[in-house]
Ligand binder design. Structure first.
Ligand code: ATP
Length: 592
């Protein structure tokens, strides 16, 4: 979403400046040192040229004590300028780091609340780039701009003050005019370059996101890339994206850095004008030198303010990309006044009433679903690929909301419940469970973060995972590697079942793994499942017919509708589709 173009630039950044509130003391100190730096630069240097040099290089050599005192003024001014400059920059970076931290956390928190649909629409590499790069860019604007907006005008005022003072001293006001004329002359290039920079910054950030996406995808598909020898294709893709990024980066560099030389040329014309004018009026070098200093020092802040404008333009592109995340509305919102659903009282009845669903408008995926699953019932969802089984199961935890109709749990419309309350009533075992790069214990505890060590181990025992965990180098404290890379497929699945045991929720949604396991693993998982489903309302997205022996009822999905319900024998006799699926795909397996 592009933020309205006509809003004032400063106004758009305003909410982000409030992030400085948490570091207001350090920021105030930074500004204080910035002011000292500004005054020491803007006024101190011309003053030195006006007052100090004439004493040192005057017609009469000054006495030694005066010479020492006066020359000491030179390092004193620079010391003041350097120390205050350093403290200003250091503190500004401190505040900037804190703003960046707060900004990233704010975006991350928002990402936790966004629904699955958001992630299916946006590339994860692009989101990574927004959280890492764009926050950094915006932080730069918030701190540098806030700092320079105070520091540079003060330097300008200091330098103009020096020009005024020196001009008055020489009773010649044209120098003042020369200084003030500079501002409108500089504004034109600042505006033109700023506008161009905004577009270039947008293109650059989008390309950074593309590069991150390619890298991210590559790192998550290392196995496939090697298995199918896609390395060269990947390298070419990355090279192309990196080259494009370079070209876009250079455009940003061009427009970011063209401004300073432009303003410097303007400044040179100003100084030349002053020199020419001074010479024609017979003003001596000792009188013109401080003025040239003061003139130059007044061009400096204008140049820096121009650079800030550039920064703001670059930041604006990042701001738009971050606001895209921050302003995305939750398409699965919690109700304003939620109905309560005490976990201990949930029976687990699930009812679909005239439910329709579409991921994209106009392409229905589920149509007119009317079913009731009784508490304690175990239902297997079967049907051809793409028939809508996963979608049906995903509506129950409200990963998506129905397009029409209602889903109820124990009579409560899901949309009247807080998502957190609703999801506490269920354990979900996905087809390919994701493990966190943490210990085995933590991975099981994902099912219940308050569980005791005994409860974790008991859950592992029931999932037939305890033994293999005990044999790991550090037992329950073994770190499983990114996505559980150090575990076998069967071990990962048993850890996912242990999570579900630990959660002990009244509703269980299980997307059966499609990958084949060895006979022992398969047997252990089937046994664990029989234990897990006891006394629960269970939905199993069944990919293997051996699993349906666990089910008390089977729903057959065809083209987004449930066309048949019943047990295996009934469906086998009444549905040609079921019979075909069973005969063709699962011949040889016995559904009990
Ligand atoms: N995020 C999505 N956006 C758009 N369409 C989707 C999305 N997810 C699934 N679909 C479409 O919805 C339909 C139903 O998909 P679903 O995953 O529910 O089928 P399924 O029966 O579980 O299939 P399978 O057995 O292959 O897993 C398919 O046509 C699929 O292409």
């Amino acid at each position: 979403m592009r933020v309205k173009q006509n809003e004032g630039l400063f106004k758009r950044f305003l909410p982000y400046f409030s992030l400085l509130g948490a570091v207001r003391k350090q920021f105030a100190a930074a500004i204080f040192f910035g002011v000292i730096f500004g005054v020491a630069s803007g006024f101190g240097l011309p003053f030195m040229a006006d007052r100090v040099f004439p004493i040192i290089f005057g017609p009469e050599p000054p006495p030694l004590s005066v010479l020492i005192a006066v020359t000491a003024f030179i390092p004193a001014v620079f010391l003041l300028r350097s120390v205050s400059g350093f403290l200003n920059v250091y503190l500004i970076h401190y505040c900037g780091g804190k703003v960046l931290e707060a900004l990233r956390v704010r975006v991350f928190i928002k990402l936790q609340t966004l629904p699955l649909a958001f992630y299916q629409k946006n590339k994860s590499g692009d989101l990574l780039a927004r959280v890492i790069n764009d926050t950094g860019q915006l932080q730069g604007v918030v701190t540098n701009v806030a700092n320079d907006l105070i520091k540079q005008p003060l330097t300008f005022v200091g330098a103009v003050g020096a020009v005024v003072y020196l001009s008055l001293k020489q009773q010649d006001l044209l120098f003042i005019l020369l200084t003030l004329l500079l501002v409108p002359v500089c504004i034109l290039p600042i505006r033109i370059i700023g506008k161009k920079l905004l577009h270039r910054a947008h293109a650059f950030l989008a390309q950074t996101a593309d590069l991150t996406t390619i890298l991210n995808e590559n790192l998550t598909a290392t196995k496939e890339i090697r298995a199918f020898s896609l390395e060269n294709r990947e390298i070419r893709k990355f090279e192309h994206a990196a080259r494009e990024l370079f070209s876009r980066a250079m455009k940003v560099v061009k427009y970011s850095h063209i401004l300073s030389p432009t303003i410097e040329v303007v400044a040179a014309f100003g100084v030349a004008g002053a020199v020419f004018y001074a010479s024609s009026r017979g003003v001596g070098l000792d009188q013109i030198l401080p003025l040239i200093f003061a003139l130059y020092m007044s061009y400096e802040p204008v140049k820096k303010l121009g650079r800030i404008h550039n920064e703001i333009r670059k930041g604006e592109a990042s701001l738009e990309r971050l606001e895209y995340i921050l302003s995305t509305e939750d398409s699965v919102p919690d109700p304003d006044v939620p109905e309560s659903l005490p976990l201990e009282k949930v029976r687990g009845e699930i009812r679909f009433e005239r439910v329709f669903f579409a991921y994209d408008q106009g392409i229905p995926v589920l149509q007119d679903i009317n079913v009731t699953i009784a508490p304690g019932e175990v239902v297997a969802l079967v049907g051809p690929s793409g028939a809508g089984k996963t979608t049906f199961a995903n509506l129950i935890p409200r990963f998506f909301d129905v397009s029409a109709g209602k889903i109820r749990i124990d009579g409560h419309d899901l949309r009247n419940l807080r998502k957190e309350d609703l999801r506490r009533t269920m354990a979900i075992v996905p087809q390919d469970p994701v493990l966190f790069n943490d210990t085995v214990r933590y991975n099981i505890m994902a099912g219940d973060l308050d569980a005791s060590p005994e409860a974790v181990e008991h859950a592992a025992e029931r999932a037939f995972a305890h033994e293999f965990i005990r044999d790991l180098p550090h037992g329950y404290e073994t770190v499983v590697g990114e996505k559980g890379m150090r575990l076998s497929g069967g071990q990962k699945q048993r850890l996912a079942l242990a999570r579900a045991f630990l959660r002990n929720a009244p509703i269980l949604i299980l997307d059966e793994a499609t990958s084949a396991l060895d006979a022992t693993s398969e047997e252990m998982i089937q046994q664990a499942l029989s234990g897990l489903i006891r006394n629960k309302t269970v939905l199993i997205i069944a990919h293997r017919f051996s699993t349906i022996r666990l089910a008390s009822s089977i729903f057959l999905f065809e083209c987004g509708q449930i066309t048949h319900k019943g047990d295996h024998e009934k469906l086998y006799l009444t549905s040609a589709v079921y019979k075909r699926l069973y005969d063709q795909q699962y011949m040889g397996e016995t559904p009990g």
